[in-house]
Design a binder for this molecule. Structure first.
Ligand code: COA
Length: 336
């Protein structure tokens, strides 16, 4: 699905941003003691030096999401009771019922605001931002709290080296409100998927779910499984394609865009897109070295870091880009 702004409709403004991540650091040197890998290999192949992981006794998707949304509300000068709706993008909800969004809504004092979880893996935050923008533009909602959060450390098999080195935990959140200016907000968006490629990134719960050919996958049942090379090829292509598409469809050049806020999947994937498209360093924020790939938490965390650092301001155009399990990919061109 692709969509451009409906003329005459209201606009949407991001009025607050926040993020949260665990204190606990898992470095490459820690991983060297857990699996057959090395700091040099991980840095060279991924650009990751360390990542944050939750203490599962006290932290999880609920606590990080709650904290990120509370910070976004503070940043907006709002309280939970100002929200009509909360959308939480995650593949690591503690429970399928209730949704983690419902518990977050309760914790921030937003009830009876609507609340639901959205599953689009690493594309989740961009999917949720696009859905929220469309719901506000429909005229039915005035203010929505959007959160992207994953705690993949809770479903990573730390006895297996191909997946365990990549992922970290974090949450990013924005508060979006209705604005009278229809040119503000999401000017162009894509939400796309190719379900035929699901076996390249999946979390099986039962033997029946395991696709033919993957029966001997060493990753334990219930944990994230990934065909790294396939995902790499997909990601490197989609990263470029969605940015090119957003610029071309809107007659924009790279110079018109203040920041490209991109999913942090692998440093080599980011570098390849930068090189092929000619994106300057200062327009692509990178935090994968310190946080790893945080799945649905990545883009929200990046957005918060550029927002808090004052690298983006009212009137700027930005592009959000993500891709991941599903397989899914999404982009969002925003006028702040
Ligand atoms: N430490 C040391 N060696 C490792 C290793 C590790 N953690 N993981 C794999 N290897 C080995 C392999 O066994 C292989 O050895 P071989 O040549 O003797 O067979 C070699 O390194 C190369 O493996 P390969 O899987 O081809 O590495 P790669 O360059 O593709 O890097 C990933 C692996 C996972 C880092 C890379 O494929 C990737 O980043 N893919 C995308 C993942 C992603 O973005 N996922 C989320 C999507 S949102």
């Amino acid at each position: 699905m692709t969509a451009t702004t409906i003329p005459g409709a209201c606009g949407v403004r991001i009025v607050g941003s926040g993020s949260a991540y665990p204190e606990r650091v898992l470095s490459n040197f820690d991983l060297e003691k857990m699996v057959d890998t090395s700091n040099d290999w991980i840095v060279q192949r991924t650009g990751i030096h360390e990542r944050r992981i939750v203490n599962p006794q006290t932290e999880g998707t609920f606590t990080l999401s709650r904290d990120a949304l509370n910070k976004a509300l503070d940043n907006a000068g709002m309280t939970g009771s100002d929200l009509d709706l909360i959308i939480l993008a995650t593949v690591t909800a503690e429970m399928t019922c209730p949704s983690t969004a419902c518990r977050v809504a309760d914790a921030v004092g937003a009830a009876p605001a609507g609340a639901f979880d959205l599953v689009a893996a690493c594309s989740g935050f961009v999917y949720a931002v696009n859905v929220a923008d469309s719901m506000i533009r429909s005229g039915r909602y005035k203010s929505i709290g959007v959160i992207g959060c994953d705690t993949l450390s809770t479903i990573v098999d730390y006895e297996e080296r191909t997946v365990s080195i990549l992922f970290g935990d974090s949450a990013g959140s924005v508060v979006m409100v209705r604005d009278d200016d229809p040119t503000v907000g999401c000017r162009y968006q894509t939400l796309q998927s190719d379900g035929s490629m699901w076996p390249s990134l999946y979390i099986p719960r039962r033997d029946q779910e395991v696709p033919a050919g993957d029966e001997n996958n060493p990753v334990r049942m219930g944990n994230l499984r990934m065909q790294g090379r396939e995902v790499y090829k997909f990601a490197v292509t989609k990263f470029r394609d969605v940015i090119r598409d957003a610029l071309e469809k809107n007659n924009l050049t790279i110079d018109d865009v203040a920041q490209f806020v991109c999913h942090q999947s692998n440093m080599r994937i980011i570098e390849s897109a930068k090189e092929k498209l000619g994106l300057p360093d200062e327009k692509v924020h990178v935090n994968i070295d310190k946080f790893g790939n945080c799945s649905a938490g990545s883009v929200g965390l990046c957005f918060d870091q550029v927002w808090q650092a004052g690298k983006i301001k009212r009137g700027d155009l930005i592009v959000l880009v993500a891709f991941g399990g599903g397989l899914t990919w999404a982009s969002s061109l925003w006028q702040l």
